[in-house]
Structure formats: C-alpha cells, structure tokens
Write a protein that binds this ligand. Structure first.
Ligand code: ADP
Ligand code: MG
Ligand code: MG
Length: 252
C-alpha cells in the first residue's frame, strides 16, 4: 500500500528527513515514535503534500502510484488522510456542511457521484454511531471554541466520514486527558479494517496502550533507526530514546 524508499526532505533549506524507508501493508497499524524534532511531523506533512516541504531524494509509492507527483487534494482523493489537516477554526461554517464539501470534493476527484444532503446525513448518522459521539459537534462551526479533546474527536470523526485508505495521526494524543484519549483510540480502533492502514505518530507510549500497533518504529535523525513490535514502545518508555542510539543503528 505505502512504500517509502530513501526519502530525503528539506524544510526551509534544512534537511530533516535523511533517507527514511518504510513499508506499510493494508490493514497494518504502524506507530512512529521518536524524540522531539526528529522529523515525525515532517514525515506526515511530506506524505500529505503540505506546502514548504521539499523532497530532494527518494520515492513514495501509494497503491502503486507516485504519491509525490500528486497535488495535496489528489492525495486526499487517493485516500490519504492527515489528522490536523483541518485544524483551523472556520467561524460561521457549519461542521456538517464543511465535511460534506470535503467528502464531495474527494468523490468528484475520484469520478464518483456526489452525495446529496439526505445521503450525507445517513452516512453521518452511521458514523456517529460507530464512533460513539454525540451529534452536538456537528451543529457547531468548524472547530470554533472546541476544546482540545473536541478538536481531536472531530478529526477522528472527519476521518470516519472520509474513509481514507491511509490515515496519518500526528500526536493525536497530545493534550488529551485519559477519557478523551480512550475515546479517540476507540474511534480509531472502530475504523481499523483489512483495507485501511494507519501511521500513528506519537511521542508517548500511552496512546499505544489503547491503539495496539502491529509495528513500532523509532524515527531519529531523519531516519527509521529501529523497528519492532509493540514491545519496542515499552522499552522506549522505560529506557528513553538514548537507549535506541546505543542499541540501534546510528542515526543520521
Ligand atoms: P517532530 O514532529 O519529530 O517533533 P518536526 O518534523 O516537527 O519534528 O521537526 C523536525 C525539524 O524540522 C525540527 O528541527 C524543526 O525545527 C524543523 N522544522 C519543521 N517544520 C519547520 C518549518 N515549517 N520551518 C522551519 N523548520 C521546521
Ligand atoms: Mg514535536
Ligand atoms: Mg511533531
């Protein structure tokens, strides 16, 4: 599904990703951990095609296509979702209206029929049920006055509606209390399927108690320096990232 090979990328002229390789198969959940400033968010931003990130070497293939050749909208239409893609507050724009516009833009790009408001409401009701959230968020303006936890829940809800093939969650756990964290994890787990893959970027092991990854990778110095199963996250929690530098390959 996703094959990243020897990816190098720059931000503001500074090389941040330095030969990152990673393969994600359908249905797999990969956790990306690593120290602050390692390039975790840069990876998410490069994959989603955010402005200001310059790829200088390497390749990313997604479902057999060259992901890096696509505009961000085309990547989204191809099924790549980055949580935090819509972190902005959009006062006066109803959340449901916004979501429907986003979904229909993607459907249109894929040559699928757009959903009318009845069809969309039906989809939204189904997703609310699966995600176990109330419809109260839907009637408010996009992220306006949302608490940190509500914004994260809203992102997971956006993900549920957009039904991506690859979901990239960048520090979705940061700033959440334990109840909000569990709710977000429950939402993610409900969306796990044999066709859908996740890159869960997190600084802390805590989230992985609730979203059980198939693989854990350590990103340091712009590369994956260590990979393992979920027990790697526990080792990191215990020993810190310095342990990886001593026991894993050298970074950089
Ligand atoms: P992480 O998410 O692992 O904490 P980031 O990918 O956010 O790391 O950042 C990696 C490095 O790239 C940091 O040194 C950071 O300062 C730099 N960086 C990231 N984004 C930008 C940007 N938009 N402008 C300048 N430097 C950036
Ligand atoms: Mg950071
Ligand atoms: Mg980050």
């Amino acid at each position: 599904m996703l094959k990243i090979d020897n990816l190098h990328a720059r931000v503001e002229g500074k090389e941040i990703l330095k030969g990152l390789s990673l393969t994600v198969n359908p249905g797999e959940v990969h956790a990306i951990m690593g120290p602050n400033g390692a390039g975790k968010s840069t990876l998410g931003n490069v994959l989603s095609g955010r402005d200001g990130y310059e790829v200088t070497a390497g390749s990313v293939s997604f479902d057999g296509i060259d992901l890096l050749a696509l505009e961000p909208e085309a990547r989204a239409a191809a099924g790549v979702f980055l949580a935090f893609q819509y972190p902005v507050e959009i006062p006066g724009v109803n959340n449901t209206y916004f979501l429907r516009a986003a979904l229909n833009a993607q459907r249109k790009a894929r040559g699928e029929k757009e959903l009318d408001s009845m069809q969309f409401l039906k989809l939204v009701r189904e997703k609310l049920k699966v995600m176990q959230i109330s419809d109260e968020l839907l009637h408010r303006a996009v992220n306006e006055g949302f608490s940190g936890g509500e914004k994260k829940r809203n992102e997971i809800f956006q993900m549920a509606v957009l039904e991506p093939k690859l979901a990239i969650l960048d520090e979705t756990d940061s700033g959440l209390d334990i109840d909000a964290l569990k709710q977000v994890a429950q939402g993610v787990n409900a969306l796990r399927s044999p066709e859908r893959s996740f890159l869960v970027i997190t600084h802390y092991q805590r989230l992985l108690d609730y979203i059980e990854p198939d693989f854990v990778h350590v990103l340091a110095g712009g590369r994956i320096v260590e990979s393992g199963d979920k027990t790697l996250a526990l080792k990191l929690e215990e020993h810190g990232y310095a342990w990886v530098r001593e026991h894993g390959e050298p970074a950089g």
